[in-house]
Design a binder for this molecule. Sequence first.
Ligand code: FAD
Ligand code: NAG
Ligand code: NAG
Ligand code: NAG
Ligand code: NAG
Ligand code: NAG
Ligand code: NAG
Ligand code: NAG
Ligand code: NAG
Length: 495
Amino acid sequence: MFIILLLAAAFTLSAAQNVTLLREQLARQNITALFPNDAGYAAASLAYNLRFTVNPIAIAYPINVDQISDVVKAGADQRLRVVARSGGHSYIANGLGGKNGSLVVDLSQMTNIVVDPVTNNAIIEPGNRLGDIALVLNEVGRGLPHGRCTYIGLGGHSGFGGWGFPSRMWGLTLDNILSATVVLANGDIVTASEDSNPELYWGIRGSSSSFGIVASIEFRTHPVPPQATAFQYLWEMDIPTASNAFIEFQSWVLSGLLPIEFGGELIMLKGSAYGQIELGFFGDYFGSWDSFNDTVNPYLSQLPTPESTNITQGSWIEILAATAVGNLNTTTQPDASDTFYAKSLMAPEDVPLTNASMVALVTYLAEVGFNNSDDWDVEVEIYGGQGSVINQVPLDATAFAHRDTLFTFQPKASSANLLPPFPSSSFGFLDGLVSSLTSNMPSDWNWGAYPNYIDDELPDWQERYYGVHYERLQQLKSSVDPQDTFHFPTSIQEL
Ligand SMILES: Cc1cc2nc3c(=O)[nH]c(=O)nc-3n(C[C@H](O)[C@H](O)[C@H](O)COP(=O)(O)OP(=O)(O)OC[C@H]3O[C@@H](n4cnc5c(N)ncnc54)[C@H](O)[C@@H]3O)c2cc1C
Ligand SMILES: *[C@@H]1O[C@H](CO)[C@@H](O)[C@H](O)[C@H]1NC(C)=O
Ligand SMILES: *[C@@H]1O[C@H](CO)[C@@H](O)[C@H](O)[C@H]1NC(C)=O
Ligand SMILES: *[C@@H]1O[C@H](CO)[C@@H](O)[C@H](O)[C@H]1NC(C)=O
Ligand SMILES: *[C@@H]1O[C@H](CO)[C@@H](O)[C@H](O)[C@H]1NC(C)=O
Ligand SMILES: *[C@@H]1O[C@H](CO)[C@@H](O)[C@H](O)[C@H]1NC(C)=O
Ligand SMILES: *[C@@H]1O[C@H](CO)[C@@H](O)[C@H](O)[C@H]1NC(C)=O
Ligand SMILES: *[C@@H]1O[C@H](CO)[C@@H](O)[C@H](O)[C@H]1NC(C)=O
Ligand SMILES: *[C@@H]1O[C@H](CO)[C@@H](O)[C@H](O)[C@H]1NC(C)=O
């Protein structure tokens, strides 16, 4: 009986879809939209990661929150899957729905930024890219923490985290959200803040897209630091030297010697010979120029002299520009694309990495990695260390589930020319890379994964991304989106 009812429901779902009607409804409301046979649709439905081909039923371009609401209602009426796209940089094309046939609400027309001159709070629309936000805020001497890839959209970045070099001093992007205007699945336009819809406010800071479309966000901003330094050191190392450099790196981050103004990462790249890797250490320091050497020397003094050193000192915005991937002003050049697979591993601070796991990773990269023909790298991003503001936020204050993170690893492999096809052997290569760490840690080691480095091959993603918060997210999902309108491959499942 139950099965028959389910089949009947599934039949009603597909029978209800009427593309002609959708086109008419959007046109009547003056909402620009592209459908499969329209000029421009093919370009508009290209994913950033060309490993994915996704054909939405339509891509709509609302210009304000009322139009977002109209699109959501039109989609929900026909039981379509509806998704938001801001910068389109999802690793698995979730901004296009991740599956064929979704209705995409593209927010690229919504790029207002208004800074209140009294409170310095900024109301920023989600279609803005990170580089442009940094430029506009800097004009009034303010800044936000976020990643350095300038073309990332605010909507996705702030919905799931938002880590960058300023994050140890200012937190993740989402930690600075004071309130947001959200369009729910029934078209309602609501405010999410501590005082208004507090559970929704909790959920949009860590897993936003399962609950609604965020139409604008109010942020607390920070005065920009007067001086900043960008640094980059590179070495070619054999396995014992690189293992030691990694072990000393963890000791240094755990030592309590790093001021919160320090942000950085190690990067591990293919070496020039079997049994070697290239190691980079780079980042930004937002303390005074004069104090930079004393800050990095405790670590550098444990290592051989770098083969290349590049230190740049300047203002906040000069240093953001120096470290950026892409121009800060994103209107000057089109966005790029890639064909890649990436994974993530968030290592908890309370159970540091064993020497064996660090040696195993370096050995794997220097041997298996050297033999692998793809373009790969592993980033080891500093989240923790004494005083890090990321880890000062109480675990249950937001839906972000990893407030005890020492490092976030991002192993990534791209096809050699960055175009399809993606070599299927690289999935196994990256799985083995992660195993080299986890298999040398206690079996109950509670590692997490970062939902902004979203991985379509992670079997236990609910637990890895959301940990103890998953069930609470499911409750919220059931209450605000009972029809599962905001559905995509890694959306929160209803209870
Ligand atoms: C080259 C590159 C470098 C990166 N570097 C960093 C980094 O340094 N630090 C870091 O933290 N991350 C980094 N990322 C990851 C990045 O933060 C995520 O991919 C992010 O989700 C992209 O946001 P977007 O708006 O561009 O993507 P989209 O594809 O538009 O959206 C991503 C997800 O968010 C949802 N979404 C988008 N807008 C909204 C909205 N307004 N309301 C509700 N849901 C929405 C989408 O539906 C989708 O599920 C990087 C990514 C790339 C490609
Ligand atoms: C789809 O909608 C159009 C326009 O409203 C209508 O003319 C048509 O009959 C509908 N088709 C179906 C199968 O319901
Ligand atoms: C759509 O645009 C037309 C022409 O500009 C205008 O008359 C009409 O009121 C608009 N409709 C809506 C819903 O905004
Ligand atoms: C969408 O459809 C196209 C064409 O049939 C197909 O190549 C592609 O793999 C589909 N995408 C997904 C995510 O299933
Ligand atoms: C980016 O450059 C364009 C063209 O020079 C300019 O109009 C725009 O204001 C710039 N944007 C920002 C955020 O500075
Ligand atoms: C910092 O160290 C570099 C090289 O190690 C040196 O050139 C520079 O003068 C030092 N700066 C200060 C302020 O001591
Ligand atoms: C040093 O770094 C700066 C800023 O990242 C960059 O502009 C410059 O080209 C680099 N110099 C060298 C020699 O790599
Ligand atoms: C880990 O390696 C470091 C550096 O080689 C060494 O000083 C330390 O004693 C090792 N720790 C353990 C537990 O073996
Ligand atoms: C790498 O390739 C070489 C040459 O084919 C081979 O001897 C070696 O065993 C390979 N190493 C690994 C770890 O696969």
